[in-house]
Design a protein around this ligand. Structure first.
Ligand code: GDP
Ligand code: MG
Length: 442
């Protein structure tokens, strides 16, 4: 998998201080393969990887991440950006009803989406009406009626007088009905063909001109793969659309088509449909899609952790300052310990951090429960005792042991460990060298 291959790249890069062009090229090559495997359009891949390469070359060096991690981070951010950043909201008409027209190939999921979207709107206080303007398939009207019933939303279907057999007349009659009955949104389901088709496109354009949609949503099956771009282009040209809905994201397609469509048409992906149930539907989340396309869940988590870990580095610097002033107390000690704990599965992260590999063994020996005990003991001390542990005589230690539910020997152990750490830090403070992780239980 990409994860495995990138992990291998990481191993090669570990210990390197900066991004060389060769590092960048190697990582970009892997990303390129991953995108192609995810069915992203070749032209899009080329442009995308070129942009990543440029950014990586110009990148400020991060102290928390190694070179490959930095590139992954750039790639991920770029993907999220290309996928539209924050999902765009539906635009509602100033004067209701707001008209939403669905377009797309047969089987792309339009009718299902009509139901999902109407339920979603209803749950948000809107009063939608569905319009059956797909008169192509014998069962299409009936399918929409069933979906509407499940969503609790009225369906406007052709009847004698409504223009039987003419979807444009039906759409027009539906608009009259919506105005009369004060529905605030009208969702127009349209016909699709199995492939792009001129007659169909003309019909969709006619419906569009009859209802003046506020939003035309292009519905596309995420499993469609390489064809997505051609289809999207054909619809962009034939009907035009304002936003994209990705359907069938519950399938096992990686969804690279999404990236291609967003990039090629410049239209935002607004919703994601991920199942047959009416509630399998949500606003589109570019960050989730990016993780899905790159399939880098774990790696991205590690990168986030590594960056958070970098806070530890900063708190170490704060400790350095404290040392210079000479008043490193138990509160600081505890803070260091908690910072280390925040790092999560440490052995994993540290191996990936520049210059931290050698700390791995030490840190692996921290027992999480031990940190709990240390916390309990320190929290049982008075502020004066924490600031100046030298005042901890026998009776104070007994009181603290009692208060924390620990033994006096545990309190003694902690105080000794603290004093050793403090000594170590003061030495390092004088030496000015790079100190190890402070506050580390021996
Ligand atoms: P239309 O021809 O564009 O109206 O497409 P339909 O709404 O009739 O959907 C075609 C088929 O795909 C139906 O069997 C739907 O149940 C199914 N479908 C639609 N959306 C989804 C989805 O998000 N996930 C899954 N698994 N199936 C879907
Ligand atoms: Mg349909």
């Amino acid at each position: 998998t990409l994860q495995d291959r990138l992990q291998a790249t990481f191993r090669n890069l570990r210990g390197k201080g900066r991004l060389s062009d060769a590092d960048i090229d190697a990582t970009v090559r892997e990303i390129r393969l991953a995108l192609l495997e995810a069915d992203v359009n070749l032209a899009v891949v080329k442009e995308f990887t070129a942009a990543v390469r440029d950014q990586a070359r110009g990148a400020e060096l991060s102290q928390a991440l190694n070179p490959a991690q930095q590139i992954i981070k750039i790639v991920n951010a770029q993907l999220v950006e290309v996928l539209g950043g924050q999902a765009r909201q539906l635009r509602f008409a100033k004067t209701p009803p707001t008209v939403i027209m669905l377009a797309g190939l047969q089987g792309s999921g339009k009718t299902t989406l009509a139901g999902k979207l109407s339920l979603w709107l209803r749950q948000r206080g809107h009063t939608p009406m569905l319009v059956a303007a797909d008169l192509q398939r014998p069962n299409a009207v009936n399918q929409l009626q069933i979906v509407g019933q499940r969503a609790g939303v009225p369906v406007f279907a052709p009847e004698p007088g409504n223009g039987v057999g003419d979807p444009v007349a039906v759409a027009r009659a539906a608009m009259d009905e919506a105005r009369r009955k004060l529905y605030d949104t009208v969702i127009v389901d349209t016909a699709g063909r199995l492939g792009v088709d001129a007659e169909l496109m003309a019909q969709a354009a006619d419906i569009r001109d009859a209802v003046h949609p506020d939003e035309i949503l292009f519905v596309v099956d995420a499993m469609i793969g390489q064809d997505a771009v051609n289809t999207a282009n054909a619809f962009a040209e034939g009907v035009g659309f304002d936003g994209v809905v990705l359907s069938k994201l519950d399938g096992d397609a990686r969804g690279g088509a999404a990236l291609s469509i967003a990039k090629v048409t410049g239209k935002p992906i607004m919703f994601a449909s991920n199942g047959e149930a009416l509630t399998d539907f949500d606003l589109f989340h570019p960050d989730r899609m990016a993780s899905r396309i790159l399939d880098l869940g774990d790696l991205l988590t590690l990168i986030e952790q590594a960056e958070r870990t970098f806070d530890v580095e900063q708190s170490r610097q704060a400790a350095d300052k404290l040392m210079a002033g000479g008043d490193f107390g138990l509160d600081d000690f505890l803070q260091q310990m908690q910072a280390v704990r925040k790092m999560g599965p440490m052995s994993k992260i540290l191996g990936m951090m520049p210059g931290m590999g050698q700390m791995k063994d030490v840190i692996e020996n921290i027992d999480e429960r031990e940190i709990d005990h240390i916390e309990a003991i320190i929290y049982s001390m008075t502020p004066a005792e924490r600031a100046n542990p030298d005042i901890l005589n026998g009776s104070r230690r007994a009181r603290i042991a009692q208060g924390s539910g620990m033994q006096v020997s545990d309190v003694n152990g902690l105080v000794n460990r603290f004093k050793e750490t403090r000594k170590m830090m003061q030495q390092m403070g004088r030496g000015g060298g790079i100190p190890g992780m402070p506050g580390m239980p021996g």
